[in-house]
Structures are given as structure tokens and as C-alpha cells.
Design a protein around this ligand. Sequence first.
Ligand code: FE2
Length: 355
Amino acid sequence: MALTTTLGLDMKHRFSFALTVAALAATAAVSAQAAADEVTVYTTREPALIQPLLAAFTAQSKIKVNTVFVKDGLLERVKAEGERSPADVLMTVDAGNLLDLVEGGVTQPVKSAVLESAIPANLRGADGSWYTLSMRARVLYAEKNLPLKSFRYEDLADPKWKGKVCIRAGQHPYNTALVAAMIAHDGEAKTEQWLRGVKNNLARKATGGDRDVARDILGGICDIGLANTYYVGHMKASKEGTDARKWGDAIKVIKPTFANEKSGGTHVNISGASVAKNAPQRANAVKLLEFLVSEPAQNMYAQANYEHPVRKGVALDPVVAQSIGELKIDPLPLTEIAKHRKQASALVDKVGFDR
Ligand SMILES: [Fe+2]
């Protein structure tokens, strides 16, 4: 009797143990299944822009996208998370920010024929550690009636523009990237001289945002300035009667080039992405990147944010096509520009550009 009871208890115990194991196995299977259908993106990009793209990816692939918006300190965060980081894809604006992640050791190279054929070689890491997803050029906004046909970045320091130039802070990444490109083309000494010249031509303190260049051209404060292309689309496509539309209508765009004749192109910056070093879902990360350079996704970049698609043959937004057109890109590799960023920032300080 006692034996039976013991046996009975033992049986019961075994049974419940088996149940627990089965339940655990089932749970594990479910979460493995869920994880296999997910991808986690850490991004510094504006939520409003990126969400429609990610939703389109999910609709097509059935892979759920977890999005973590990281305004500042993306590198530090991923570093701190280490091997346990859930991040699969790291997405940024500005080539420098992206290359910081690569140099910081939180990315991994991935090979993909789809990515390689969609993205020109100078706009991705040779080893596949980073990829451009969209482009924006740093162009001249000019008062719409100015008789200007062409412009070199170097011309911004010409004394004939004294008191006529508006620009945001020299230390903003959009400007340090341009100054870094100038260092790569013209050398540090000439770039310092150029920065002093531009500083002397400023109509107001180097501050505010890119749209403020158009606002201040309308306000008669300045005649010309440097700013990014996509703001032109945003302003010129705004509802008639709004401030943004008035600012947009006050300007025309000229695509500057560098004096260095070997260049012949306009300074471009990018939005881009890398696969995270410890990506739990590496395959899904690659799938997402491949989707982002596909024609439908590149169309969304062009239409929703007025950027220039990285993929050839994708149409520009009509407003962008009319006011800016296709880009002839400065062939200087983005990695070369990134190398001179610290030097550029030091020069901006040295000449007191933002004071
Ligand atoms: Fe911007």
C-alpha cells in the first residue's frame, strides 16, 4: 500500500514534470517562432518618416519590426548592451554618425548581391559594414531673382557676398561634413581661409535650421545660403499661404561644385544603415535592408521625405525634380570625408564661426 502510494506520488510527479517540460518546450517553440518573424531596428531617424517604410516591409514579408528611436548616444547604448543587444539594424542620418558605429565596433559586415547592385560602390562600405539608403545634397538656396547660374562652394567666401550669406551653425554635422569634404579637396590651410571668408560674409550669426536660410532670404536678411535639398521639397510642396510655402517660393536652388576640377560634383550626405554586430536576427536584418533599397521603398524615400533615392532609375518627387533635379555627386568617398570630420570641427572653432 505504502509502496503503491509512493509509486502513485512518483507517477504523479513524473507526469507533472513531463507536462512542465512539454509546456516549456511549447513556449520555447512559440517564442522562437515569434523571434524568427521579427527584426529590431535602432534608429536616430524621425519616427514619422521611417514608420510607413517599416510597415510596408512587414506587410510584404510578414516580419514584425520592433523600432527603438534613439535620439542621442546610439553607439554608447549598443556598446553597453553588448552581446545581449536586441538590435538587428542600426539606422542613422549623416555618414559620420554611421561610420562612428562601424569604427565603434558595433556593426558587422554582410554580403548581399541585392544591396551591391542597388547601391553605388562609393556609397557603401567595401566590406559591407554600412549601406546608404537615401541621399541629400548640401545646396545653395538663392534669392529667386538672382542672376546666378552656377556656384562653387569656394565662392561662398568671395567678398562680393559680404553681409549676404545665411547658414546654420558650423558645428552642425551637415556643415562639418561639408567642411571635411573641403579639407579633402583643398587642404586644411585653404579651408581655414575659406571658413574665415564665409564667416566675414555672414548676414547674421550662424544659427537656426536649414529652413531659416529660406525664411531669411524672404525676409531680405540675406541673398544666399547653404542648406539641404529635402527641405526645399517640404517647403515648396507646403500648402499655399503657409509660411513654409512662402519661404520655399522665395528661393531657387543651385547645385554647387568644388573648385577641384577632379570632383565636378555636389556634396552629398546620406541616411544609411548597418547590421548590428550581435544581431539576433541577422537574416531578417539583411532582408530589411534589401527591402529598403527596393523600388517601392526607394519611391517612398523620394515621395515622403523629398530625398534623392540611392537606387538608380527611381523617380524623384515632382517638386524636387523641378526645383533641384538629379544630382551629380562629388565622387570623394564618404569614408574620406568622415576622416576629416574632427579636423573640420576644430577649424570651425578656430575661426570662431559660430560666435
Ligand atoms: Fe535635416
